[in-house]
Write a protein of this length. Structure first.
Length: 186
């Protein structure tokens, strides 16, 4: 019988490197979907590939030594790591000192606007503020918005009803909407 995700998490947390590798293999397709979701909508605007993002996130996760009591927290953490990698990548890409202001375009298609690093930074900061105020709501946002999970999937992961997940999602959206409407600090 194959080990469950929970048992793999427990073994990986106890320091078993083969369990960590088995956990990564078991969750690879979900993590790949998560990486694609992170780049969705801006993936064509960034030269960062899905697999590259996934592998960078894995290196960060493996090196962090974080504990994951369940699948939902693992996926939320992975989503958060990927979100930060995308934001950092967009910042570096746009940095003037590295020539980020220059874009190579081809003649056979319309040039695309690059991902706005300021917008990504503001979203990241708003999510960090939400995490400080209510970590459970921030985790839900990471799972829903960045992870691409549906509210029923999130409800099942967290052991709550879909209606409760919907109320929490609405609350998180209101918080973030308000945070993003405030003027950016100078």
């Amino acid at each position: 019988m194959a080990p469950t995700i929970a048992s793999l998490i427990a073994s990986a947390e106890s320091g078993d490197p083969s369990a960590a590798d088995a956990l990564f293999t078991a969750l690879y397709s979900e993590l790949h979907r998560l990486a694609a979701r992170q780049l969705g909508g801006r993936g064509s605007k960034l030269t960062l590939g899905t697999t590259t993002l996934l592998h960078e996130a894995y290196l960060n996760i493996a090196g962090a030594g974080a504990e994951f009591p369940d699948r939902a927290r693992f996926m939320a953490y992975a989503s958060r790591v990927m979100r930060r990698l995308v934001i950092d990548y967009a910042r570096r890409r746009q940095a003037q000192k590295r020539g980020g202001g220059f874009r190579i375009t081809s003649l056979d298609r319309e040039p695309e606007a690059p991902a706005d690093p300021e917008e990504l930074t503001r979203i990241g900061a708003a999510l960090d503020d939400l995490a400080a105020a209510d970590p459970a709501l921030a985790e839900l946002v990471d799972l829903k918005f960045f992870g691409g999970f549906s509210l029923p999937e999130i409800a099942a992961m967290r052991g709550v009803t879909p209606r409760t997940a919907q109320r929490q999602w609405d609350k998180a959206r209101l918080y973030l909407h308000d945070a993003l409407r405030r003027p950016a600090p100078a």
